[in-house]
Design a protein around this ligand. Structure first.
Ligand code: DLZ
Length: 201
């Protein structure tokens, strides 16, 4: 039930609709309270769950760390925003510009190979992969997202270093912008934060 609509004062017991049996007002009030709490929890789980607001108090020193950014060119305007968010976040927390290596790949599917080509270098400390996959008429998004999730996990485990999954996967373009500097933060910032946190693990 939408948040703005008032809940009915009386609820009929399931199965007793024909008898017209209504719950006592006190019970209806309690149910309304529970529904309200659920609405709040749902809202918090979606709208407020992002790392774009984070506590950097315990961050490890990254002034000598080297970061690889792998950025998909598909949905370029969006991925540029993610990339800038990640880059600025790394600088903000002490990384040197000359230690951040930005590379592009054609689409998100290629993030895995791009990550591997960077991660294989001993001097690379963490790799941050950024892409945007928007659902279309076919199941391409499923295939890409699963392949990337699996691929990046494998690369991280193979080279024993953080390989960050900064893939925005949405149903619509609007939802993607919400996560690329919009009301749900910037997932590029969050990806950089995740890399820093893992370097301090
Ligand atoms: C082909 C394709 C499609 C349909 N959609 C996206 C997308 O939403 N986001 C993205 O990053 N890449 C997409 N691609 C391109 C694939 O990731 C890949 O580059 C091509 O299939 C070539 O391997």
């Amino acid at each position: 039930m939408p948040f703005s609509e008032p809940y009915p004062l009386f609820y009929t017991q399931p199965g007793n609709e024909q008898k017209g049996e209504a719950l006592l007002p006190a019970r209806a009030g309690r149910i309304r309270e529970i529904c309200f709490i659920r609405e709040i929890c749902d809202f918090m789980a979606t709208a407020l769950q992002n790392l774009s607001t984070y506590d950097s108090a315990g961050f490890t020193d990254i002034s000598e760390k080297r970061f690889g950014l792998v950025v998909a060119e598909w949905n370029r305007e969006l991925t540029d925003t993610l990339s800038n968010g990640a880059y600025e976040t790394l600088l903000k927390h002490g990384a040197k510009p000359e230690n951040i290596f930005r590379n592009t790949v054609p689409g998100s599917f290629e993030l895995t190979l791009g990550a591997q080509l960077l991660a294989q270098h001993d001097e690379m400390d963490a790799v941050i992969c950024l892409g945007v996959v928007i659902k279309g008429d076919t199941k391409h998004d499923d295939y890409i997202c699963h392949a990337v999730a699996q691929g990046l996990t494998t690369v991280g485990l193979k080279y024993n270093k953080p390989v960050i999954f900064g893939l925005v996967t949405t149903n619509t373009l609007e939802q993607a912008w919400d996560r690329a500097g919009g009301r749900h933060g910037n997932k590029g910032v969050e990806a950089a934060v995740a890399a820093i946190q893992m370097l301090g693990f």
